[in-house]
Design a protein around this ligand. Structure first.
Ligand SMILES: *[C@@H]1O[C@H](CO)[C@@H](O)[C@H](O)[C@H]1NC(C)=O
Ligand SMILES: *[C@@H]1O[C@H](CO)[C@@H](O)[C@H](O)[C@H]1NC(C)=O
Ligand SMILES: *[C@@H]1O[C@H](CO)[C@@H](O)[C@H](O)[C@H]1NC(C)=O
Ligand SMILES: *[C@@H]1O[C@H](CO)[C@@H](O)[C@H](O)[C@H]1NC(C)=O
Ligand SMILES: *[C@@H]1O[C@H](CO)[C@@H](O)[C@H](O)[C@H]1NC(C)=O
Ligand SMILES: *[C@@H]1O[C@H](CO)[C@@H](O)[C@H](O)[C@H]1NC(C)=O
Ligand SMILES: *[C@@H]1O[C@H](CO)[C@@H](O)[C@H](O)[C@H]1NC(C)=O
Ligand SMILES: *[C@@H]1O[C@H](CO)[C@@H](O)[C@H](O)[C@H]1NC(C)=O
Ligand SMILES: *[C@@H]1O[C@H](CO)[C@@H](O)[C@H](O)[C@H]1NC(C)=O
Ligand SMILES: *[C@@H]1O[C@H](CO)[C@@H](O)[C@H](O)[C@H]1NC(C)=O
Length: 872
């Protein structure tokens, strides 16, 4: 058994006994001095690092990385005097870095990265003359960099990134003459860049991004001696001052990222000497002056691939020489972002020589037409919004873009234009232009392939949708989040009945375009993404997958089950609204039962005690009764009107027939009554004396009273049939009688010959029929529709207010008519059923005589009421 295997065995014993009663010392026993190398990386070990390790005093190599060790680093490791390589990375170690590590004078490699270590970096580490690699990245170390680290004369790799280190960067680091990689990024270092760093001759990677470094870049930080420097990342700091022109001598520089600082002054023309430059990123600074036309020298044959100068104060024209940065081998400049500067002039036609994944010139004061030559450019994403470019997109340019899957930001279009139709593979359209107060967006010219439109303009109320949103196609989505849009009824109707989703609130998905992303990842199929997932546009049910988060609100006529706060086509509150409406209805029914019974009993008692005709305050009672009668009629009429409004909503869908039938039925019944009565009348009084119809005011209006049984004899079946056939003729009479009934409440009565008539008994029956055939069934039917909500499947659009008001009035109408009938029943000591059937029967009398002798005021007693067909 080899030494290392034995040592391994011992340590494994150690792990085994950790749980038992044996001490680690006993387990390790005499196994000291056995091996020099212990590799336990990647073995899913957990728990604390065994302290007994320190007995393996011959160890030169200890690798416990990629396990789940927790707890602190045992200070006893400081006893392993021979240790050259210590790797404890990728564990869950916590606590501080033991100062005892400073006594491992043979240490060459120290890797404690990807743990949860905290506290300061022990200055003693600076006393490890052999140390070559020091990796402490991705911990929670705090405090400053000990200046003692400057004595690590053999250090080549120093990575302290992703910690909570702070303070100034010690100038002593400038003594690390062999340092190749310096990674201090993602900390909170502050203060200026020490000029001493400029003299690190071996440096190839210089990563200081994401800190709080400030002050100007020191002039002596020429880094010119760093002729091996490949990568310099200083982005996301507060550096100011100008970019040293001497950097133009860094002939081996691949990437330079100085974005998100406060650098000012010009872009050094000397950068044209950076022959190896691949990425130049100077975005988000205060750079001014022109873009040096010398940059064009980086081609042909140059490597420059990405030039990102956006959000600066650069002025002047776009140098046509940028078009020279072509490399016939690798493609040359492929990413050109100059947005949000102060560039003027036109788009140089020379850019047409490039193959660009992104060309963003938006937010500049560019003028003139788009050069026709651009049709030679192959560009994946073109951004030209917020420029002053004029004229239409030249047809050749459109031709060039035809093969693209989407076109972004046609900011200079006044509206989607017919040219858009030519984007035969367009799947996504982002529109952002002022509508100058107009709140309508016409998307009808959008190609049918487009599934997603993002609108970032003014608030909208009207949207005209395009082919993809119709029933046959896959469906479409329009994102209006953040615009404050409120869709009109007509627009909502189109959405709810179409295959359309309109997002109004929530986490707005953004589009990840096909091709190479900014991060250099290759996307083979465009998708939308937000915090809650990725939604591939190529998927047939991509709409259904979208989740807008807990704030998500959308009108949607498709399945789209993940709208968390609510699909506004289906009112999520419908259940509650209905519950409240019906509870109030039940309450009113109960209340009216109670009140009617009490009031009717009292009035009956009074009526028995006093002579009704001489009752004091009779006029008041009469007025009150008239008002109540009118209110009851109005409720009934409004109920009818709201039902007609609902009918208009569902017109064309099957519920139309139910509602239509229910609206017409009471009229047909009334017409039947009228026709039937006229036929009876004809039989009983074939030669009517000429009647002179007049109006007469009789106040107080006599109560509708039950007419006596007609002596005109029972009607024959043929008569009934005839009445049925003549139904339509009765309709005008019904309207006439309805109006008369209302006039009766005001005291106006029809006088024929010398008899005054009232239509109220008839009308009350008619109202009852309406209640039975319309109000009650409609209350139920419309409630059911309302609960179901708008649906593309049923082709019904539920307009919230219209349905709610219709249901309310139907219920109210039921309450009112119920109280009236109950009143009659209680007052007349009848059962409710009898009162109902009496009321129904009275309808067929149509007009009841209430007084004879037009000159006299003698009202007929209710018992003596004659009916029209009875004659005198
Ligand atoms: C350790 O080894 C030594 C000799 O190498 C021996 O004398 C001693 O007894 C051993 N101790 C134990 C605890 O095994
Ligand atoms: C430790 O082991 C891991 C996993 O095998 C390996 O990646 C790493 O390079 C090793 N560390 C050293 C210092 O060799
Ligand atoms: C160490 O952990 C990091 C972060 O979890 C991971 O990216 C890396 O691949 C791991 N290293 C090894 C050698 O497993
Ligand atoms: C820790 O750092 C050393 C030193 O460079 C390296 O060889 C080793 O691969 C690193 N360990 C892991 C797990 O990456
Ligand atoms: C940092 O380390 C933690 C474990 O401590 C790991 O989960 C995380 O992925 C690491 N971060 C990076 C950027 O490697
Ligand atoms: C330092 O470590 C980080 C991980 O936190 C890594 O991203 C970076 O590339 C490393 N630096 C160098 C110079 O390798
Ligand atoms: C810089 O830090 C911020 C927050 O600390 C983080 O969100 C961002 O990703 C970091 N940037 C880079 C380039 O790592
Ligand atoms: C844009 O340029 C034109 C002429 O080049 C000038 O008249 C106009 O004022 C400029 N607009 C802005 C906002 O600078
Ligand atoms: C670009 O436009 C020019 C001039 O209109 C035309 O000659 C040429 O064929 C076009 N090229 C392409 C690729 O459409
Ligand atoms: C959509 O594209 C993705 C990524 O390329 C692919 O994995 C997926 O299979 C595609 N789906 C369909 C339905 O084509």
């Amino acid at each position: 058994m080899g030494f290392s295997k034995l040592a391994l065995l011992v340590v494994l014993v150690d792990f085994a006994v950790a749980a038992s009663a044996l001490t680690i010392d006993e387990a390790v026993g005499n196994a000291t001095n056995l091996g020099t190398s212990l590799d336990l990386a990647n073995r899913r070990l957990s728990g604390p690092i065994p302290r007994g390790l320190h007995r393996l005093t011959n160890l030169k190599y200890l690798n416990l990385s990629c396990n789940a060790f927790s707890g602190g680093i045992p200070t006893e490791i400081g006893n392993l005097a021979q240790l050259a390589h210590l790797d404890l990375s990728n564990n869950s170690l916590s606590g501080g870095i033991p100062y005892e590590l400073g006594s491992l004078t043979n240490l060459q490699t120290l890797n404690l990265s990807n743990n949860a270590l905290s506290g300061p970096i022990p200055p003693g580490l600076g006393g490890l003359p052999q140390l070559n690699r020091l990796y402490l990245f991705n911990n929670s170390l705090s405090g400053g960099i000990p200046p003692q680290l400057g004595s690590l004369s053999n250090l080549q790799y120093l990575n302290l990134s992703r910690n909570a280190l702070s303070g100034a960067i010690p100038p002593e680091l400038g003594q690390l003459k062999r340092l190749r990689h310096l990674s201090l990024h993602d900390n909170t270092f502050s203060g200026p860049l020490p000029p001493e760093l400029g003299s690190l001759p071996a440096l190839t990677r210089f990563y200081l991004y994401n800190n709080s470094l400030s002050g100007p870049i020191p002039e002596s930080l020429e880094l010119a001696q760093c002729e091996n420097l490949h990568y310099m990342y200083l982005s996301n700091n507060n550096l100011s001052g100008s970019i040293p022109p001497e950097w133009g001598q860094l002939s081996n520089l691949f990437d330079l990222d100085l974005s998100n600082n406060q650098l000012s002054g010009p872009i050094p023309a000397s950068f044209s000497n950076l022959d190896s430059l691949f990425d130049l990123i100077l975005a988000n600074n205060r750079l001014s002056g022109g873009i040096p036309s010398e940059l064009g020298k980086l081609g042909p044959g140059g490597l420059l691939s990405k030039l990102d100068l956006h959000s600066n104060a650069l002025s002047g024209p776009i140098p046509p020489t940028l078009g020279d940065i072509v490399n016939y081998g690798t493609g040359g400049l492929s990413y050109l972002d100059l947005h949000d500067n102060r560039l003027t002039g036109g788009i140089p036609r020379e850019l047409s020589q490039l193959t660009l994944s992104r060309l963003d010139l938006s937010g500049n004061n560019l003028t003139g037409p788009i050069p026709v030559e651009l049709n030679e450019t192959r560009v994946t994403a073109l951004f030209l919004d917020n420029t002053n470019l004029s004229g239409p997109v030249p047809e050749p340019l459109l031709g060039m873009m035809r093969g693209n899957n989407y076109v972004t930001s046609f900011g200079y279009f006044a509206a989607p234009t017919p040219e858009m139709r030519q984007f035969s593979e367009l799947r996504y359209l982002r529109l952002n232009f002022p509508t100058h107060g107009a709140s309508a967006l016409d998307l009808s010219l959008t190609p049918a392939t487009c599934q997603y439109v993002e609108w970032a303009g003014d608030a909208l109320t009207e949207v005209r949708f395009w082919d993809a949103c119709s029933g046959q196609a896959a469906g479409c989505a329009v994102n209006l989040i953040g615009t404050g849009s409120k869709l009109s009824r007509a627009a909502r109707r189109r959405v709810c009945l179409g295959k359309i989703s309109v997002f109004l609130a929530g986490d707005p998905p953004s589009v990840v375009e096909e091709g190479l992303t900014v991060d250099g990842e290759y996307v083979s199929s465009a998708y939308l993404t937000n915090k809650y997932g990725k939604y591939f546009l190529n998927s047939t049910d991509f709409l259904d997958g979208i989740d807008l988060g807990p704030e998500g609100e959308a009108y949607t006529g498709v399945g789209f089950a993940r709208v968390q706060r609510g699909n506004l086509c289906r009112n999520p509150e419908a259940g509650r609204v209905v519950a409240i409406a019906y509870c109030v209805f039940a309450g009113l029914l109960l209340l009216s039962t109670l009140l009617t019974c009490v009031a009717a009993r009292r009035s009956r008692r009074k009526g028995a005690a006093l002579n009704t005709s001489t009752k004091p305050g009779g006029a008041c009672v009469a007025v009150a009764k008239s008002v109540w009668g009118i209110v009851a009629h109005i409720v009934c009429l409004v109920d009818l009107i709201t039902d007609v409004l609902v009918l208009a909503q569902v017109w064309g869908a099957w519920p139309m027939w139910v509602i239509l039938a229910s609206i017409l039925a009471p009229y047909l019944v009334a017409s039947f009554w009228v026709m039937h009565r006229l036929l009876l009348l004809r039989r009983s009084r074939p030669l009517m004396s000429p009647l002179r119809p007049r109006m007469r005011w009789i106040w107080p209006p006599p109560p509708p009273s039950s007419p006596q049984e007609s002596p005109a004899g029972p009607s024959s079946i043929t008569q009934k049939l005839l009445a049925f056939v003549l139904l339509p003729l009765g309709v005008p009479a019904v309207v006439f009688l309805d109006v008369s009934a209302i006039l009766n409440h005001f005291g106006a009565h029809l006088v024929l010959g010398d008899i005054a008539y009232s239509a109220r008994a008839y009308h009350e029956s008619r109202v009852l029929v309406e209640l039975l055939l319309e109000s009650i069934p409609q209350a139920g039917f419309q409630t059911a529709l309302y609960m179901l909500g708008s649906s593309r499947a049923t082709r019904i659009f539920i307009d919230e207010p219209i349905f709610v008001q219709s249901i309310t009035f139907s219920l109210l109408s039921v309450v009112v008519q119920y109280s009236c009938t109950l009143w009659e029943a209680v007052k007349g000591r009848q059962s409710l059923r009898r009162a109902l059937s009496l009321r129904l029967r009275d309808g067929s009398y149509v007009l009841t005589a209430i007084s004879s002798g037009v000159a006299g005021d003698d009202l007929l007693n209710a018992a003596e009421v004659l009916e029209l067909s009875n004659g005198n």
